[in-house]
Design a protein around this ligand. Structure first.
Ligand SMILES: C[S@@+](CC[C@H](N)C(=O)[O-])C[C@H]1O[C@@H](n2cnc3c(N)ncnc32)[C@H](O)[C@@H]1O
Length: 460
């Protein structure tokens, strides 16, 4: 969009907010931050004290299934809060200038860098990261085809969709879904808790699996705040008639006003919001899948299929197994390894007679990792490292400094380098716990040994 129309759209949106009962502090401004790669954002024009109201938006101005003019006979067909908002937005968007929210749609994005929009070739730059399997495009396509498109076709006039092809409709569903993923809020009911829930921003993948029960809404202006994990200085509060954005610390003139997207690893930031920043590096994780855990345990501990299955089933019954476990920064708040993962490792490495005793008493091992579990874990880390391919973090870091990289390539490299650095750090942490003088390793460094594992895997 050229600068003129971008500024016109911002101005029209600000006028629209005012015409629709929004009060905005004189101390803030909606500005163009495209030069910083951050779209629009809100900045302080003057010093702001803690707990000042930055703006207040009447509930009627929020775009939701409840406030929309979508016929109740249509919206009643969709129960899921996520899909319900997609259908509602589709309806309002199709009303074009006749929609109450037309000026709002003009400042919402039409293009996205979130992973749903990446090509297969672009996704290759994320090789190894578990995020690639979490995009959920096929699931979203199926949900849209099965639940939204038939509803639109059955009400084609109401949706003003006579001239839209199947493909165009599907693309619009994705566009609305991706907008919700990066912009929507969970709406607390009037008369409910005064404060926003912990997870204010949309949580789930586009297929709506596991969607929260609270209705979702698009909150104009509140969603123009960018996010920063370290510099978060504002928060949305849900009051009876309005939602109110307040400062949560003093903000100096010229500073950007930031919301918070929660403790998201950069891979998830990229998946849902289409950008990454270093402040979120501390939340990076590397996932070890249940398959990798089972395969490694089977080989290293020489467990038969049935031995492994007995142990995994027992663990699942006693504690519940996850499809994968996130390894985090060792110096982070919760340490590197989730407790239930440590229990799983210890259960896998317990000698058979003791395991049987444990089963009889319906007990689980403690979570302090035993020497055998640490060795098993180290092998898992090597294999996990091998899944990222042969590039080491240093060579990827060099690629990262190439100014010719597209924005998507640069963000993918940041994610992968972050995960590789984390793996190296965790491997060193495990090696330190194992101590020197133990098992002789086949290579001097974790990286070299992982390259051997990768080469062996490529051969087989
Ligand atoms: C809720 S919107 C914020 C408003 C957005 N900048 C706009 O112009 O519409 C979320 C989107 O803003 C962008 N964003 C948020 N925080 C950012 C940041 N710290 N740096 C760069 N882009 C950011 C991302 O594109 C994200 O998907």
């Amino acid at each position: 969009m050229d600068d003129g129309s971008y500024t016109d759209a911002t101005l029209a949106f600000s006028n629209w907010l005012q015409a629709n009962g929004t009060t905005v502090s004189e101390k803030i401004d909606l500005v163009d931050l495209r030069a910083q790669g951050a779209g629009r954002g809100v900045v302080a024009k003057e010093n702001i004290a803690e707990d000042e109201t930055l703006f207040s938006i009447p509930r009627a101005t929020i775009l939701s299934t409840e406030t929309s003019s979508i016929p109740a006979s249509i919206s009643a067909e969709v129960q899921d809060p996520w899909l319900s908002l997609i259908v509602t937005m589709l309806y309002e968007y199709q009303q074009a200038k006749d929609s109450k929210w037309a000026a709002y749609f003009d400042v919402l994005p039409a293009d996205f860098d979130s992973l749903m929009y990446w090509s297969e070739a672009e996704l290759k730059d994320l090789q190894g990261s578990a995020v690639v399997d979490k995009i959920g495009k096929a699931g979203a396509d199926e949900t849209f085809q099965e639940q939204i498109l038939p509803l639109v076709y059955a009400n084609v006039e109401a949706f003003r969709a006579q001239s839209l092809s199947n493909e165009q409709l599907l693309a619009l569903c994705h566009r609305m879904g991706s907008t919700i993923m990066a912009y929507a809020f969970d709406l607390e009911p009037a008369g409910g808790a005064a404060e926003q829930s912990q997870e204010e921003w949309e949580e789930d993948s586009e297929d709506g699996m596991g969607a929260a029960v609270l209705p979702k809404g698009m909150v104009p202006l509140a969603d123009m705040l960018n996010a920063n994990a370290d510099l978060n200085n504002a928060k949305l509060f849900h009051e009876d008639d309005a939602v109110v954005m307040r400062s949560i610390k003093p903000i100096a003139a010229g500073e950007q006003i930031y919301n918070d997207y929660g403790s998201l690893p950069r891979a998830d930031l990229l998946r849902r919001y289409g950008y990454v920043t270093d402040e979120y590096a501390k939340y990076d994780v590397v996932e070890l899948s249940e398959d990798l855990i089972s395969e490694t345990a089977k080989e290293q501990l020489r467990l038969s299929d049935s031995d492994l299955s007995v142990r995994m089933t027992y663990l699942d019954e006693q504690a519940g197994l996850d499809s994968g476990y996130d390894i985090a920064h060792p110096d982070g708040e919760d340490g590197a390894f989730p407790e239930e993962f440590c229990v799983l490792l210890n259960a896998l490495t317990t000698a058979a007679p003791e395991f049987e005793k444990m089963q009889k008493k319906e007990k689980l091992p403690k979570s302090d990792l035993t020497p055998a579990s640490l060795e098993l874990l180290y092998t898992m880390l090597l294999r996990r490292r091998a899944e990222y391919g042969v590039n080491d973090a240093d060579s990827l870091r060099t690629q990262l400094s190439n100014s010719e990289n597209s924005r998507r390539k640069a963000t993918a490299l940041q994610v992968v380098v972050g995960e590789l650095e984390l793996l190296g750090k965790v491997a060193a942490h495990v090696q330190e716990k194992i101590g020197s003088g133990n098992k002789k390793r086949s290579a001097d460094t974790f990286e070299e040994e992982a390259q051997e594992v990768a080469a062996k895997k490529a051969k087989n």
